[in-house]
Design a protein around this ligand. Sequence first.
Ligand SMILES: Nc1ncnc2c1ncn2[C@@H]1O[C@H](COP(=O)(O)OP(=O)(O)O)[C@@H](O)[C@H]1O
Ligand SMILES: [Mg+2]
Length: 311
Amino acid sequence: MAMLEINNLDKSFGKRKAVDDLSFSVREGEVFGLLGPNGAGKSTTLSLISGLQRPNKGRVTVGGINVGEDSLRAKALIGVVPQEPAIYPQLSARANLRFWGELNGLSKKELASAVERALTIVGLTDRADERCSKLSGGMKRRLNIAAGLIHSPKLLIMDEPTVGVDPQSRHHILETVKELKAQGTTIIYTSHYVEEVEQLCDRVAIMDHGKLLSIGTLPELLGQAGEYQELIITLRTTPESILPVIQALPWVQNAVVTNDVLAILTANAELALPQVFQTIVENELELAEIKINKPSLESLFLKLTGRTLRD
Ligand SMILES: Nc1ncnc2c1ncn2[C@@H]1O[C@H](COP(=O)(O)OP(=O)(O)O)[C@@H](O)[C@H]1O
Ligand SMILES: [Mg+2]
């Protein structure tokens, strides 16, 4: 059964279309990745799903309930973890979670066990009685996740939960997603980090400029990336003029430059590399690092858009 279905969703802010005729569905129990660069329309899509914003057009159904028609019943099924933590810094983690639990209609009886369960899942039990202002940024993010799952939602929506967090909390957050999946929660995991999406997600939708570019399981999407590899070349300085020269080389499918990092999409790294080297030498540029990446969601995005997901 589809846990979430969205059909022909449109959302504009003034003349800007943030979400443009978007349709996809998420199956019960899967971790579904929403991958796209900053400004792609991911957060807007999530707020249309959770009923925080209304679409200009289209329909969202969660667990068979139309969010536009019966938003209260739909919202009871959804947990939201927004990008910005919504936490009272003066209160403890436990008190924050109690507050969120009450807000979500949990009874006194349900509340205590729900709070402990949420604390355990995100690994904050031993810090639960300290003021939140004393927690690290990553711990606040984890508390934010606990708040989103306090009422045991069927569908948990996470908006870039690992941006700007320390490696330990990041690891915790990824483990939390796996744990929740094992417990049967359906999860929408939004990110612009390819590695996370590749590690966690059963299926992935790639979006850009409000539109769906591609959707499928990881093997399906990597199949679309084809045999393409990505050459990542870091230079000491990168003059703008180098890009058209690189793009015109044989075996170079596409190339972009961001902050002295040249990303080149190629069907054959062995044949492209000598040509790229020669160009670098001829232009008297200094090389800092070279990496060859296997086909990935990153190289698929580059193939589809001519741009990289990285900022
Ligand atoms: N409340 C808003 N008012 C005006 N423009 C907005 C608003 N929210 C988002 N946008 C615009 O919509 C586009 C998509 O934004 P967003 O959904 O936040 O993308 P993402 O989460 O993928 O980074 C961007 O161009 C953004 O500037
Ligand atoms: Mg966003």
